[in-house]
Design a protein around this ligand. Structure first.
Ligand code: ZN
Length: 56
């Protein structure tokens, strides 16, 4: 007799679990060119440079 749950956990539940797992927080670093805070690994939105090179 039923030790098993009648229903499998719904897709929405598993989705919520994945979302709450760990939110990837983008690391903020100081831009080498202008000193503005920017996301690590991304082109600086302020001066358009990445690691001293202008990409935009
Ligand atoms: Zn910059």
């Amino acid at each position: 007799m039923g030790a098993l749950p009648k229903r499998k956990p719904s897709h929405s539940k598993t989705r919520i679990r994945r979302q709450t797992k760990k939110a990837t927080v983008p690391a903020l670093i100081k831009c080498e060119s202008c000193g503005e805070m920017k996301r690590a690994g991304f082109v600086c939105k302020n001066c358009g440079k990445y690691k001293g090179k202008k990409l935009v």
